[in-house]
Design a protein around this ligand. Sequence first.
Ligand SMILES: [Zn+2]
Length: 100
Amino acid sequence: MAGFLEKIKSFFTMPAEDSSTRFITFTVKCKRCGEEIKVKVRKDSDLSRVFEDEGPQGAEYFLRKEILGEKCNNLIYIDVYFGPGLNVISREVKGGEFAD
Ligand SMILES: [Zn+2]
């Protein structure tokens, strides 16, 4: 009986998937005007799978994104490689810099 109650409890306390688990966020700073822009990346649709011999050692996912701020028309590009568990292995930015 105790096991049954435990099951019910764990069912009700199961964390709902919130935005922090579905998104990866980066902050980039525009090289031209200094604006800091928050970038939200959807784990399930924005990342592409890295194939063998692509990217740095151990890379599993890749993200390329164009970012446009609100204060000027300077385009910022980011290239990010992720390993298993979506930890960042390497990242590059053009037109700005990472601010996080
Ligand atoms: Zn700017």
